[in-house]
Design a binder for this molecule. Structure first.
Ligand code: NAG
Ligand code: NAG
Ligand code: NAG
Length: 278
């Protein structure tokens, strides 16, 4: 019975996605995360309250950084970087208490995606769970090609449909297990991503602060400064200076605007984000 439901819902999804490609109105726009200083190209779904961001190295390699933010109340949130359910690299994300449970999955058809070996995932330090949201920012290496597919169909300057799904009510059978059985999503949508625009020359600085992890990262029960200072900031008190790669300006920024000795505050994504660079 569950299988039939999965089949029906997802075949519908596949048909809808294909029919909608020419008129996909939603496309990427830039945003910067004030906690990490990472500037993404992505989309926030106002109804599902899901944000997806992507940033690629410039020039592209076999990796990228993804950000997924979703209501903590959702059973799980899923992402397809290939735009479809079948033959795409998928990710599932859900909270387990204050832990982030994140893993790659794949399926050849419209059935439950299984955990997928190959991608190397590193959660970056701004990843958090609090009472309202789960946020996973992760580096994914060996992630631009996968069984029967690739990002941009092999052209990382191309346009790529990015799909996301949510099971808004029902958690995985075993939230502690990244490979848990999940029931089918009850909502989904997608947006178009210009992969050229997602390339960033700052990529190497973005990954510098990563915390090694395969599938889950324990997060602190209190969630200090998740919206203010980046992890590399020594202090955001006025008069303090910012460390290398830390934010020093941009829309809404109220932290330090001076950089430590030897560093210059560079407007890397005006008007959103300025960063201290050597
Ligand atoms: C990269 O991922 C693929 C699966 O997409 C896997 O077959 C391959 O072994 C991985 N390569 C490395 C070096 O981990
Ligand atoms: C919870 O996390 C989200 C996403 O990181 C953040 O935007 C929000 O401000 C946080 N809320 C609290 C109360 O810390
Ligand atoms: C992607 O963006 C670049 C730079 O803004 C532009 O030159 C290119 O035409 C766009 N590609 C697509 C497929 O829309």
């Amino acid at each position: 019975m569950a299988f039939n439901k999965v089949l029906t819902v997802t075949l519908f999804l596949a048909g809808l996605v294909m029919a909608a490609i020419p008129v996909a109105a939603q496309s990427n726009s830039p945003f910067c995360d004030s906690a990490s200083g990472i500037c993404f190209q992505g989309y926030t779904d106002p109804e599902l309250d899901i944000t997806i961001g992507l940033v690629l190295p410039d020039p592209p390699t076999d990796e990228f950084i993804v950000q997924m933010v979703a209501p903590a109340s959702y059973g799980y949130t899923g992402l397809s970087v290939g735009g479809t359910m079948a033959d795409s690299l998928l990710f599932t994300l859900w909270p387990n208490g204050n832990d982030i449970v994140l893993g790659p999955r794949w399926t050849s058809g419209y059935v439950l995606p299984e955990p997928y070996a190959g991608p190397q995932i590193t959660l970056l330090p701004d990843s958090t769970v609090n009472s309202t949201y789960i946020k996973a920012t992760f580096r994914c290496q060996n992630c631009t090609t996968w069984t029967d597919g690739s990002l941009g169909s092999g052209d990382q300057g191309a346009f790529q449909l990015i799909a996301y799904v949510a099971q808004t009510t029902t958690p995985p059978d075993d939230p502690a297990d990244v490979g848990s059985t999940i029931i089918e999503h009850d909502d989904f949508d997608f947006f178009g991503m210009n992969l050229t625009q997602a390339q960033s020359t700052l990529y190497s600085s973005y990954i510098a602060g990563g915390v090694a992890s395969t599938t889950s990262l324990p997060t602190t029960t209190s969630h200090p400064s998740s919206t203010s200072a980046p992890p590399t900031t020594t202090s955001s008190a006025s008069g303090a200076t910012q460390t290398e790669w830390g934010q020093c300006g941009g829309q809404g920024w109220s932290g330090p605007t001076a950089c430590a000795a030897g560093l210059t505050c560079v407007a890397v994504s005006p008007p959103y984000y300025s960063q201290c660079q050597a």
